[in-house]
Design a protein around this ligand. Structure first.
Ligand code: HEC
Length: 398
């Protein structure tokens, strides 16, 4: 066994004895992690953490076909591994997907499989993490996105020229074809490898100045994708140390997934093994939910929540407010509690304000978004019970 692998194995065993399930233990190594790909052997020596990806059912799209394809979806079980050194951290995400959907060239009528990894810029207060998937006002997130695309060789590297080669005419162009294939392998532009900074829906801004360096890769086989992401621990947006939250999203091209229509994890704590700190964050994100879910359900029916929100079995589909069917899967208990007592702290702005002008999800008052939801300043016990019920709202895992 090489040095890197035996060291990884040793720290992995020690750390996993100390920490609860649902924590990603990033193993420390002295080696360069920037070259890690989905195929790297090193991953075999790192303990994986099982996570769940839930269908994002808060919003539906203005696309009937896509909505129908995503109706009643189950959650997916995925696995995450992480390795870091003094400068960089690498993640491996493995998730099931029955079909490989690749975007070819610049056609926009085909939707690609893809994945994203997301970090809160500020995670010092685990009670006030950004809105999952998108960030929220004053609580930005950095999002790294990788979509599966066919490699395109572009001599000028500007992303605007597609070149074609007739690989069937081997007799005439055999040598040239080989040379071309070699160039494609080496020079191909990995389209759709992008970083964003986001403080909520429609505020997603691509970071184009190159200050947010990362590298990602995707590989398909055995009906699953493996994706890797490597990025610095520290740069001008993020400072990842001790323990910090991460979230993952996956898009399924076969279900016409794009934008907000995706599968999404909650905030998951990453612990940098052999670094101190972040205990508060880890315990907050892994604490069992207190409260009586059965009583919480009664309170939710009594308080008129279902008049605005869709919850399967309790209320019909609605444009009035986000659907809550998977809110327990991708939201923290702290976020759900805050949603009840202070709905305007994080506003989910809805998918199309103009499509349903009579039922906007928020209004702008003095330049600030004000939720259409009334606050519910109930007693602690009632809030605990309602949060406990909301945490049960999630699709079963396939
Ligand atoms: C008058 C309509 C209305 C009522 C009644 C209402 N809500 Fe809401 N709720 C909204 C709207 C609109 C939003 C989206 C804007 C925001 O984020 O505050 C929302 C957001 C939420 C969110 C965040 C959803 C997400 O996807 O992140 C939760 C959780 C929630 N409400 C739970 C409740 C519960 C529980 C009740 C009852 C105690 C309730 N709501 C009552 C309209 C309502």
């Amino acid at each position: 066994m090489t040095k890197i692998t035996s060291a990884l194995l040793a720290t992995s065993l020690v750390a996993s004895a100390l920490l609860a399930d649902g924590v990603i233990l990033a193993q420390k190594t002295e080696r360069d992690v920037t070259k890690l790909t989905p195929d790297s052997k090193a991953w075999g020596y790192v303990k994986g953490t099982t996570i769940h990806l839930y269908p994002q059912t808060a919003l539906s799209m203005n696309d009937k076909r896509a909505n129908a394809l995503n109706e009643g979806l189950k959650a997916k079980e995925a696995r995450v591994k992480a390795i870091y050194n003094s400068k960089n951290i690498a993640f491996l995400l493995e998730w099931p997907d029955g079909t490989r959907n690749i975007q070819r060239g610049y056609k926009s009528d085909v939707y690609a499989d893809g994945f994203a990894v997301q970090f809160p810029v500020n995670y010092s207060n685990p009670q006030k993490l950004p809105y999952i998937g998108m960030g929220s006002d004053g609580r930005p997130v950095v999002i790294h996105l990788q979509k599966a695309v066919e490699k395109v060789y572009e001599p000028n590297g500007n992303g605007d020229v597609g070149m074609q080669q007739n690989i069937l005419s081997k007799n005439i162009f055999g040598k040239a074809t080989k040379e071309f294939a070699r160039k494609v392998e080496k020079l191909a532009v990995k389209d759709y490898q992008r970083s964003f900074i986001s403080e909520g829906f429609r505020s997603m801004t691509e970071i184009k100045d190159g200050s947010e360096k990362f590298d990602a890769d995707m590989k398909y086989g055995d009906k699953e994708w493996k994706g890797t992401l490597v990025r610095p621990l520290k740069d001008s947006y993020l400072n990842l140390k001790g323990a910090f939250p991460v979230a993952f999203a996956a898009w399924d091209g076969a279900r016409l997934n794009r934008d907000g229509q995706k599968m999404l994890s909650g905030w998951i704590p990453v612990k940098l093994v052999s670094q101190n700190g972040g205990e508060k964050l880890v315990s907050s994100l892994t604490a069992p939910v207190k409260g009586d879910a059965k009583h919480g359900k009664e309170l939710i029916e009594q308080n008129g929540c279902t008049g605005c929100h869709h919850i399967s079995g309790l209320s019909p589909k609605s444009y009035m407010a986000p659907g809550l069917d998977n809110v327990g899967g991708y939201s923290t208990a702290a976020y759900l509690r805050e949603s009840l007592v202070d709905p305007s702290a994080v506003v989910v702005p809805g998918y199309n304000r103009n499509a349903h002008p009579n039922t906007p999800w928020y209004n702008v008052v003095d330049g600030k978004r004000q939720s259409a939801m009334p606050p519910y300043p109930l007693d602690d016990k009632s809030l605990d019970d309602m949060v406990a019920y909301l945490k049960t709202l999630k699709s079963e895992v396939k």
